[in-house]
Design a protein around this ligand. Structure first.
Ligand code: S3P
Length: 449
């Protein structure tokens, strides 16, 4: 469905966004390991989360749904019918986390996905899960479809070679499913929804975050210096005592969805408020980025619900400044880079984004997709080996943008179109259904034709 888009005459307002996709996946997938019922409030009705819901249903969980409330009742025993094929759709989180749970659950299942998911790398989970003793058979490129023969797994220690919350979760939940001890070490801290959800719905997970310490400088006892007491940032351990019991999960709004609407405030120098928004510190790098480039960001009504922080966020745009993005900041902004790049196109000067090679293996090659679309708008954009160099502040012309089948690319360039010179279009706007079917309706609340 091609969507025609016009620049907006007015931008700003107050909205709420649907529940956080990452948190919803975990609440659903943990029902495979739970002893009792899990009730989910504010479940986002998007294609990705529905892929997780259908997957657990196929494995024997009883799913009852009324509006945005989901009730999941685990079976006595998971459905072990051989040769079952579970379609994970477009959802990398479903495929990678579910693979870990199946690997440790002594069931055999094949995971498949759509064209995009079937081209995304699975070696990152196949390697550690195989080391734990599971059998995983993918094609020669280590992509889906993938057959998994779950086994009783072996105790395992793993230092994540790639900063990925999906891989971390896959390995930890494989250990949990198999009641064996697993120690995962992170050099770069990634989103911690799995840890928080296991703590909220269960017990027996050990999490240690390593903080820098101020110590005496051995070279000069009058001075102090900061050191890291370990050579890693975080360790997470499961043991035979780690369990998922069950309970109620109330999901906060998805900050990665809100980012698109807040970006509009940054570009237009207007104000947008989003209430009940997830504020987990591993997910708020976008708000920090907005502050760094000159926006006013006000957070109020903070509370912790179901183990996750939430609150009301108000962003007011201002004269924007250039800020280089690299290292752990890029990891923190992993899903927001397309909209960060759009903001950069409206910011005078060159914004450089580095250490973003992971974006090449998301729902599309997001570096290429962003560069192609920015160039269509007349913005100079260099494609680097692991990032982008965007020369912003020149005229952003309306254009016929492509979504590349990627929800976040469609949303990022829809926002850009609102502030472009002249009309634009998006070739396949329905891809927003992957994470936010309500996107265009919400946009209507903050724009004026
Ligand atoms: C996610 C982790 C990230 C993120 C994805 C959701 C998760 O992927 O990009 O949208 O829910 O764990 P990686 O683990 O590949 O970094």
């Amino acid at each position: 469905m091609k969507k025609e888009l016009k620049p907006t005459k007015h931008y700003g307002g107050a909205i709420e966004v649907p529940g956080d996709k990452s948190i919803a996946h975990r609440a659903v997938l943990l029902s495979l390991l739970a002893k009792e019922n899990i009730e989910i409030i504010n479940f986002p009705n998007n294609q990705d989360c529905n892929s997780s819901l259908s997957a657990v249903e196929a494995l024997g969980v009883n799913v009852e749904r009324s509006d945005s409330i989901i009730s999941l009742t685990p079976p006595e025993k998971l459905d072990t019918t051989e040769d079952k094929i579970i379609d994970c759709g477009n959802s990398g989180t479903t495929a990678r986390i579910l693979a870990g749970i199946i690997a440790g659950s002594e069931i055999s299942t094949t995971l498949s996905g759509d064209e995009s998911l079937s081209s995304r790398p699975m070696k990152r989970i196949i390697s550690p899960l195989t080391e734990m003793g599971a059998e995983l058979f993918a094609d020669e490129n280590d992509t889906l479809p993938m057959k998994i023969n779950g086994k009783k797994l072996l105790p395992f220690e793993y230092r994540l070679p790639v900063a990925s919350a999906q891989v971390k979760s896959s390995v930890l939940l494989a250990g949990l499913a198999s009641s064996c001890s697993v120690r995962v070490i992170e050099d770069v801290i990634t989103r911690d929804h799995t840890e928080l959800m296991v703590e909220h719905l269960g017990e027996g997970l050990e999490v240690r975050v390593i903080k820098a310490e101020l110590v005496e400088d051995p070279n000069d006892p009058r001075k102090k210096k900061m050191i890291m007491p370990e050579d890693f940032k975080k360790e997470i351990k499961t043991s035979s005592q780690t369990k998922i019991i069950g309970g109620r999960v109330d999901i906060p709004g998805d900050i990665s969805t809100a980012a698109f609407f807040l970006a509009g405030a940054a570009i237009s120098k207007q104000t947008v408020t989003v209430a009940h928004l997830g504020l987990n510190p591993t997910r708020t790098a976008f708000l920090t980025h907005l502050k760094t480039i000159g926006c006013k960001v006000v957070i109020s009504d903070k509370e912790t619900v179901s183990g996750e922080l939430r609150g009301t966020v108000t962003v007011t745009g201002a004269e924007l400044k250039v800020k280089k993005i690299s290292g752990s900041t890029t990891v923190g902004l992993i899903d927001e880079i397309p909209i960060v790049a759009v903001i950069a196109a409206f910011t005078e000067g060159t914004t450089v984004i580095r250490n973003a090679a992971e974006l090449k293996v998301k729902e599309s090659d997001r570096l290429q997709a962003v560069a192609d679309n920015l160039r269509l708008a007349g913005i100079k954009c260099g494609l680097l080996e692991d990032g982008l160099a965007i020369e912003g502040g020149t005229e952003f012309s309306g254009a016929d943008f492509k979504s590349f089948g990627d929800h976040r690319i469609a949303m990022a360039f829809t926002i850009a179109s609102l502030f472009a010179v002249g009309p634009s279009s998006i070739d396949d706007a329905s891809v927003v259904d992957i994470s936010c079917p309500e996107f265009y309706e919400l946009l209507g609340k903050v724009t004026k034709a």
